[in-house]
Design a protein around this ligand. Structure first.
Ligand code: 9UX
Length: 69
């Protein structure tokens, strides 16, 4: 298991945070997601044999937000 904290850009309400959470959870191998709207961060725990940081960033960007490590 690997844990990362992404900085998320563009979240302005809890709906945005829920959307980011859903997008991350939809990635195969993601085990746990905690999105903090106020802190503009998402903590993600995932199986590194199934996915990687680049794929997680892409999943967030695909739903209209920015993500960086
Ligand atoms: Mo809230 Mo976010 O109404 O795109 S869901 S601003």
């Amino acid at each position: 298991m690997q844990n990362i904290t992404l900085t998320i850009g563009g979240m302005t309400c809890q709906g945005c945070a829920n959307g980011v959470s859903r997008a991350l959870k939809s990635v195969a191998g993601v085990e746990q997601v905690q999105v903090d709207l106020a802190a503009h961060r998402a903590e993600v725990a995932f199986d590194a044999t199934q996915t990687n940081t680049a794929a997680l960033i892409e999943a967030v960007e695909d739903v209209g937000f920015e993500a960086s490590l």
